[in-house]
Design a protein around this ligand. Structure first.
Ligand code: 4MI
Length: 410
């Protein structure tokens, strides 16, 4: 892969790259492109899409924590909501700025808080143990299709309170949503024939009377808690279904790819698996280190709310900037040996969950899924052995696997 870079005075002397970051070559393996982006400077102009791009940890951290200058309300995909109609009504969490963002965020932060998620701990750990007990040892399995893509669907939709019929729509919905943050390429076209019916189903599940009130005995579901917040007046009744939609949008594909990342990491790093088995308390670090290492959510855009100087470059007001989260998470200026999956490091501060006011509100839920599954697997299996060549799943926003052939040894 070669990246041509030249300087174009028309874009304020930003380095210019004509690489397509949403092309299949880069989706297959973005590491070289990320390295070139970081080497080029704090910001690069991507001529193919007429947008700017950041790949370094420090500059990205500064941008992500400056929501006043780098807004989300014009959309966090390539499409600029100032000029283009979004394909679905914008998210009140992801695709909004203060003050609109504030109350939905406050409500969801409380529903998904550490304390709230702790109440799910024993239930999800028990489910993980039952699930892991159902896996066959010493036989060909797929760590992506048979494990990573299965476990979240066993626990998360129940916690939201949606019914069992139609849950097969959740992954295709998320896959299309994450593709739709990119350009209208073949990946978006692939999802379009079915997205009408898939998103109709998702939207229907967000209605108050569709959602279960309680789960695991007497615990109010996430969905019921969103509606209760509307009853209290913390959010409006009109906002409630869109906030439930955020749970269904952000809560499934992300954790599937996060679990795929950590299982691939352990299948390829048996020494680290031994370390986890010796000390299961490392499970939470392991999941976060995998989120840093693989960055399941690779990219999100921001939009400049003013002319912003970044290094020697001025990004004009209204223009999109693509944040390569996966690049920042492997920036050697920030991380020692960033390409190593290493349970001995402290991965905190990674931007795999974002940073600033939009930082993943569901991260404690994601971590619990990771912890519950890893502890159950580590309790039973001595080794996760790669038995074939893993294949990538290409998505305009997500980095993940289509297949990870493995055998689990007891
Ligand atoms: C970071 S992934 C994600 C977050 C939020 C939403 C969707 C995806 C949403 O719809 O609010």
């Amino acid at each position: 892969m070669t990246i041509t870079q030249y300087r174009n005075p028309a874009v304020g002397s930003a380095p210019v790259s004509d690489v397509d970051p949403f092309g299949h070559d880069i989706l297959e393996n973005p590491d070289d492109f990320h390295a070139q982006l970081r080497a080029a400077g704090p910001i690069t102009y991507l001529s193919r899409y007429d947008v700017y791009a950041m790949g370094r940890y420090d500059d990205m951290h500064a941008a992500l924590t400056d929501w006043q200058s780098f807004q989300s309300g014009a959309g966090v995909g390539l499409s600029n909501f100032r000029y283009e109609k979004p394909w679905r009504p914008p998210s009140l969490l992801l695709e909004s700025d203060p003050p609109v963002h504030d109350s939905p965020r406050e409500v969801l932060s409380a529903i998904l808080s550490v304390r709230a998620v702790r109440r799910l701990h024993e239930h999800w750990c028990r489910d993980a143990e039952e699930f892991v007990a159902s896996l066959h040892a010493d036989t060909d399995l797929d760590a992506e299709c048979d494990v990573a893509a299965v476990f979240p669907l066993r626990v998360f939709p129940d916690a939201v309170g949606i019914g069992t019929a139609g849950r097969e729509n959740l992954l295709p919905y998320g896959d299309h949503l994450f593709n739709a943050f990119g350009p209208h390429n073949d990946l978006v076209a692939k999802g379009e024939p079915r997205i009408g019916e898939v998103s109709r189903w998702v939207n229907e599940q967000c209605a108050r009377d569709r959602l279960a009130q309680t789960v695991y005995g007497d615990q109010p579901t996430f969905g019921a808690q969103v509606w209760a917040a509307a009853d209290r007046g913390d959010i409006t009744v009109a906002q409630a279904p869109t906030i439930v939609r955020s749970l269904l949008s952000a809560g499934v594909d992300t954790t599937v790819h996060g679990l795929g990342a950590v299982l691939y990491a352990f299948a390829t790093h048996p020494d680290q698996w031994a370390r986890l088995r010796a000390n299961p308390a490392l499970a939470r670090i392991a999941f976060d280190e995998a989120v840093r290492w693989e960055s399941p959510v690779q990219t999100f855009f921001r939009t400049a709310t003013r002319d912003i100087r970044v290094g020697n470059v001025v990004v004009p007001e209204g223009r999109k900037i693509l944040m390569f989260l996966g690049s920042a998470n492997r920036d050697p200026q920030r991380w020692d040996e960033p390409d190593r999956f290493d349970l001995a490091r402290d991965p905190s501060g990674h931007v795999g969950y974002g940073m600033g006011i939009h930082q993943c509100v569901g991260q404690h839920v994601a971590r619990l899924e990771g912890e519950a599954l890893l502890i159950a697997l580590a309790q039973r299996f001595r080794r996760i052995e790669l038995t074939g060549v893993p294949t990538r799943h290409h998505n305009n926003t997500m980095r993940g696997w289509a297949s990870i052939p493995v055998a689990f040894a007891e």
